[in-house]
Design a binder for this molecule. Structure first.
Ligand code: NAG
Ligand code: NAG
Ligand code: NAG
Ligand code: NAG
Ligand code: NAG
Ligand code: NAG
Ligand code: NAG
Ligand code: NAG
Length: 780
C-alpha cells in the first residue's frame, strides 16, 4: 500500500496457512537446477530494477536470499528502498535496506560516501564536502548495473562504485577518477535514510583507518528503538589522515565522536572520514560488517565472511548468484513462446519475494531461543495475501521458520505482530500472564493497550454488538478509532480462520463460537444503500455502511477513498475503510462469498458489480486489497471472466521496466501477484483453496522443499502465447477429469500434474454450482 500506516489485525489467515506446514518439516534439500525455457542461466532474466521508480520502492541492490546485508546506493529522491531510477542524487552507499516499504524510508544506516576533494591550500580536509546537501552528486543514468549479487553505478563526480555482499557484510569497490587533483576520501555518515538517529558513537583507528561504531535508531514503522553496530576496513591504499566531521567541518582530532539529539531534538550531521594515498589502480575496497549485537560481532562477521577483501569481490558475487540459483531451483518453466519480458517479470517477482523478511538469526539482542529468527515483516497485512502464500509453495522451509519466528515473537513480546522491523513492534509489559494463552485466541479475545501494531481494537463492542461501531467507545485500548467498516470485515474473517484452525484441532466449542462471529460482517450490510459517481447513480443497491453503537446507520460515500475520490490512510483523511473504498471492501468476505452474491442479487448482479468496479476507475491495482477481486468471477461460476480480467492487468500494469510496478511492492507482494497470475493459480489466503485460471506459460513445475514431490501445471493441446486462447475448456489432474474451478495445496505437497486445455470461447468448465470454490458457512 502506498502508505505504511497501521491496519487492523490480519495475522490469522497467514498463520492458518502456515501452521499446517509445521508438521511437514523435514530436512530435505532440493538439488535441482532452476532453468528457464532454453536451459540457460535463470539469473539473466532477473531485473532488480523493476519497480525502481514510480512508487515501486523495491530494493535494487545486492543481497543473498533473506540476508541482512543489502548494499545499494542511497538517493535523495524516492529512497524507501535506498536507490531509485528517478535521476536523483546519490547521498552515499549503505548496506542495510528493506524492500517495498511505503511511507517513511527504512534503514539505510551508516552510508559511506567516496569523493576526491580538490587540492587545496589552507583548507586541508575542509575542501571536501561533508553534509548530504553539499556532497551528493547525480549518478550517470546509463551507468546503473543491477543484477542478483551485484550493483554498480557511476557518479557524475567520476567515482565508480560497485558492491556485493555476504550474509552480514558488504564489500564495496570505489574507483576514483585519475587526475582529480586531491587525494580520495571516504566518509561515514551517522545519518540513516529518514534521520531517525538518536545517539551514536564512531571512532577511527589512526593507523589502519578502521571505522567502528554504533547508533540508536527508530524503526520506520512501529514503536521503540534499535541499536545497530558497524565495522569498516579499507584495503588497497595507504592511509593519509583521518578524523571526524560535524556539519560541514572536519578535523584530524579527535578520533572519536558521540552525538545525541539536543534541545528540541536538534539533529546534527556527523561521522568520521579517512583519506588515502597510493591507491593501486585508483581503487579502494571497503568491507563493512553489521550487527545488532555488538561492534565486535560486526567486525567478526566481516572478517569471517569476507576474509580476503581484495580478491573476494568476484567470489562473493558468484557465491551470491549460486545462492539465488539454488533458491530458484525448485521452479522450472517452459515459456512456450511467452515473451522474455513476461519471463523477467515472473523470475524477478519470485526473486523480490525472497529479499524480506530478513534472517536475523543470532542477531536478536533481546532473546536467543536457539531457533531461526526473522524480522522485517513489513507489513503482514499486505504480505499475507500473496507473498507468504508464494513462499509457502516455493520455500516452505523458510516459511516455516518465519512462522516459528512469529510465534517466538509472541512468546517473548506477548503479541503476534502486524508489522515488525528492526526488532521493534509494540511496547508491552503485561506479557507474562498472557504467554500461556494460545497466540491467536488471545488476539481474538484480549485487547492490547496499543492496538495499532498488534491485536485488535474495539473488542468490547465486537463481543457485545457483533460489529465494530462507527465512533466506538473503547476505553480498553488505544489505536486510531476509524476503519469501523474494514475492521468489521477483517475481524470476521480472522474469526473464520480461527474457527477453521479449531476445527482442525478438534475443538468443537471453539469452532462454534468463532464460526458464529465470522458471520458478523452481515451486520453492517445496508441493503438500500446506493452509490453515485458525480451525481450519476451507478445502479447498484446494497453496500456496507458504518453503524453507530446505538444501531443507527452512519454514512460513508461508497466511492470515498477510491481513486475517484480522496486518498485515505490513518493519518491522511482517516475513514471507515482503510486505504480503499467501500466499493473495494464490499468484496472482502472470503469466507461467505456465496452469501454475499445472494445479498447483491445473484450471479449476474455480482458479475456486473465486479465489471463496473474494474472498469470505472474504482479498482486500484496498486494496492493489495484489490488482488482477489480480479478472480472473484470464479465464485459466480464464470472462471473464464477471471482470466480475462487478469489479462487487462498483466502485462499492462506489471512490466519489465523501471516503472513496471503499479504501486509499492510491499515486501514483494506485487511480484507475487504476477507470479501467481502467470502460474494460473490464485491463493485464497487462510483457506486451502487455489483458484484455477489459464497460465501465461506453457508449463510450470515446482518441486516441494519438504516432500520433494514435483507439481506440474501444463497447457496441453496447443498453447497460444498471443493469448487469444485463454478460456479453459477442460482440466485433468493426474489424468482424471477435474471439473472444480479450484484446487488444494496437495497439488504442491503431493506433486500432482494438472493439464489444462485452452480455447477461444468460454466453456462450461468450472461453471456448475458444485464446481465453485467453497464459500458457505454451514447452518448460516
Ligand atoms: C536521468 O534520468 C532521469 C530520470 O529518468 C531524468 O530526469 C534525467 O533528465 C536524466 N539525466 C540525464 C542527464 O539524461
Ligand atoms: C541513546 O538513545 C536512546 C533512545 O533515545 C536512549 O534510550 C539511550 O539512553 C541513549 N543512550 C545514551 C548513552 O545516551
Ligand atoms: C556504542 O559505542 C560506544 C563507544 O565505543 C560505547 O561506549 C557504547 O556502549 C556503545 N553502545 C552500545 C549500545 O553498544
Ligand atoms: C590493477 O589492474 C591490473 C590490470 O587490470 C591488474 O592486473 C592488477 O592485478 C590490478 N592491481 C590490483 C592491486 O588490483
Ligand atoms: C537463517 O539463518 C540460520 C542461521 O544461519 C539458518 O540456520 C537458517 O537455515 C536460515 N534460514 C533460511 C531460510 O535460510
Ligand atoms: C452522468 O450521466 C450523464 C448522462 O448519461 C453523462 O452525460 C455524464 O457524462 C455522466 N457523468 C459522469 C461523471 O459519468
Ligand atoms: C444514534 O447515535 C447517533 C450518533 O450519536 C445519533 O446521531 C442518532 O440520532 C442516534 N440514534 C438514535 C435512534 O438515538
Ligand atoms: C485456439 O483454440 C482453438 C479452439 O478454440 C484451436 O482451434 C486453435 O488451434 C487454438 N490455437 C492455438 C494457437 O493453440
Amino acid at each position: 500500500m502506498p502508505n505504511s500506516t497501521p491496519h487492523s489485525a490480519f495475522r490469522l489467515p497467514l498463520l492458518l496457512l502456515l501452521l499446517s506446514l509445521l508438521s511437514l518439516l523435514a530436512n530435505i534439500s532440493t538439488a535441482l537446477a532452476a532453468h528457464a525455457d532454453d536451459g540457460d542461466d535463470i539469473l539473466r532474466l532477473i531485473n532488480p530494477l523493476i519497480g525502481s521508480t514510480n512508487g515501486g520502492n523495491v530494493f535494487a541492490g545486492a543481497t543473498r536470499p533473506y540476508a541482512l546485508a543489502k548494499p545499494v546506493a542511497n538517493v535523495d529522491g524516492q529512497n524507501t528502498g535506498g536507490f531509485a531510477t528517478d535521476g536523483s542524487k546519490v547521498t552515499g552507499f549503505s548496506a542495510v535496506h528493506d524492500l517495498g516499504t511505503g511511507g517513511n524510508p527504512s534503514l539505510g544506516n551508516f552510508p559511506l560516501f567516496p569523493q576526491v576533494c580538490p587540492q587545496s591550500g589552507d583548507d586541508g580536509v575542509n575542501s571536501c564536502q561533508f553534509r548530504i546537501g553539499d556532497r551528493a552528486p547525480h549518478y550517470v543514468n546509463d551507468s546503473v548495473v543491477a543484477e542478483p549479487g551485484r550493483f554498480a553505478v557511476e557518479l557524475v563526480s567520476g567515482v565508480k562504485a560497485q558492491m556485493t555482499s555476504s550474509e552480514h557484510a558488504a564489500l564495496y569497490r570505489f574507483e576514483f577518477p585519475t587526475g582529480g587533483g586531491g587525494d580520495p576520501l571516504v566518509l561515514l555518515d551517522l545519518t540513516d535514510l529518514w534521520q531517525s538517529r538518536q545517539n551514536a558513537s564512531v571512532s577511527v583507528d589512526a593507523f589502519t583507518g578502521q571505522l567502528k561504531g554504533n547508533g540508536t535508531f527508530l524503526p520506520s514503522f512501529g514503536a521503540g528503538s534499535y541499536v545497530m553496530h558497524f565495522c569498516v576496513d579499507f584495503h588497497g591504499g595507504d592511509v593519509r589522515d583521518n578524523g571526524v566531521w560535524v556539519n560541514n567541518r572536519a578535523g584530524t582530532e579527535p578520533k572519536s565522536l558521540y552525538v545525541t539529539r539536543g534541545f528540541n531534538l536538534f539533529f546534527v550531521e556527523a561521522g568520521d572520514w579517512v583519506r588515502f594515498q597510493n591507491l593501486a589502480n585508483n581503487t579502494l575496497t571497503a568491507r563493512m560488517g553489521l550487527s545488532f549485537i555488538s561492534t565486535e560481532q560486526a567486525c567478526n562477521h566481516a572478517a569471517t565472511e569476507i576474509p580476503k577483501p581484495l580478491t573476494d569481490f568476484d567470489r562473493l558475487v558468484s557465491e551470491t548468484q549460486d545462492a539465488w540459483r539454488q533458491k530458484l531451483s525448485p521452479i522450472s518453466i517452459k515459456a512456450g513462446g511467452a515473451s522474455e519480458d513476461l519471463q523477467s517479470s515472473f523470475w524477478s517477482g519470485i526473486y523480490r519475494g525472497m529479499i524480506s523478511p530478513q534472517n536475523y538469526t543470532g542477531e536478536n539482542p533481546h532473546w536467543d531461543s536457539g531457533i531461526p529468527y526473522f524480522d522485517s515483516y513489513y507489513c503482514i497485512w499486505d504480505a499475507f495475501r500473496v507473498q507468504h502464500p508464494l513462499l509457502t509453495i516455493l520455500d516452505p522451509v523458510a516459511q516455516s521458520q518465519m512462522v516459528n519466528s512469529l510465534l517466538d515473537i509472541y512468546k517473548h513480546e506477548g503479541w503476534l505482530p502486524d508489522c515488525h522491523m528492526s526488532m521493534c513492534s509494540g511496547l508491552d509489559t503485561g506479557w507474562l500472564e498472557r504467554r500461556r494463552r494460545a497466540a491467536i485466541i488471545q488476539d481474538a479475545e484480549v485487547e492490547p493497550l496499543e492496538w495499532s501494531y498488534q491485536g485488535r481494537g474495539g473488542l468490547q463492542s465486537w463481543k457485545s454488538l457483533d460489529y465494530i461501531p462507527y465512533l466506538d467507545f473503547d476505553p480498553l485500548g488505544f489505536g486510531t478509532n476509524s476503519r469501523s467498516v474494514s475492521r468489521t470485515l477483517e475481524y470476521a474473517y480472522n474469526d473464520y480462520c480461527l474457527a477453521t484452525l479449531a476445527q482442525g484441532l478438534g475443538k468443537a466449542d471453539v469452532y462454534d463460537k468463532y464460526i458464529q462471529r465470522s458471520t458478523n460482517w452481515r451486520n453492517i450490510w445496508k441493503e438500500d444503500q446506493t452509490s453515485a459517481i458525480q451525481g450519476n447513480d451507478t445502479g447498484f443497491k446494497g453496500f456496507f455502511q458504518p453503524k453507530y453503537m446505538n444501531g443507527t446507520w452512519g454514512y460513508q460515500d461508497p466511492i470515498a477513498c477510491s481513486a475517484l475520490a480522496d486518498f485515505c490512510s490513518l493519518t491522511t483523511n482517516p475513514s471507515e475503510t482503510f486505504e480503499a473504498s467501500i466499493w473495494q471492501y464490499q468484496f472482502l468476505v472470503p469466507q461467505q462469498i456465496s452469501t454475499l452474491i445472494s445479498l447483491m442479487g445473484g450471479d449476474e448482479e455480482f458479475i456486473s458489480r465486479l465489471d463496473f468496479f474494474h472498469t470505472s476507475g474504482l479498482a486500484d491495482i496498486s494496492n493489495e486489497p484489490v488482488f482477489s477481486t480480479v478472480y472473484l468471477y470464479h465464485y459466480a461460476g464464470r472462471p473464464a471472466l477471471s482470466t480475462k480480467r487478469l489479462h487487462t492487468y498483466i502485462p499492462s500494469r506489471f512490466r519489465n521496466t523501471n516503472d513496471g510496478l503499479p504501486g509499492n511492492d510491499d515486501s514483494g507482494s506485487m511480484g507475487a501477484f504476477v507470479v501467481f497470475g502467470i502460474m494460473g493459480l490464485f491463493p485464497i489466503a487462510g483457506q486451502n483453496v487455489y483458484l484455477i485460471s489459464a497460465p501465461f506459460f506453457e508449463e510450470l513445475r515446482v518441486t516441494h522443499g519438504v516432500t520433494g514431490k514435483t507439481a506440474t501445471v501444463r497447457v496441453v493441446g496447443g498453447f497460444d502465447p498471443a493469448y487469444a486462447n485463454v478460456s479453459i475448456q477442460s482440466v485433468t489432474v493426474n489424468g482424471e477429469p477435474w471439473t472444480r474451478n479450484w484446487i488444494t495445496h496437495e497439488l504442491f505437497t503431493e506433486g500432482w500434474t494438472m493439464e489444462i486445455t485452452l480455447g477461444a470461447e468460454e466453456s462450461a468448465w468450472g461453471t456448475r454450482p458444485e464446481d465453485r470454490p467453497p464459500s458457505r458457512i454451514s447452518g448460516s
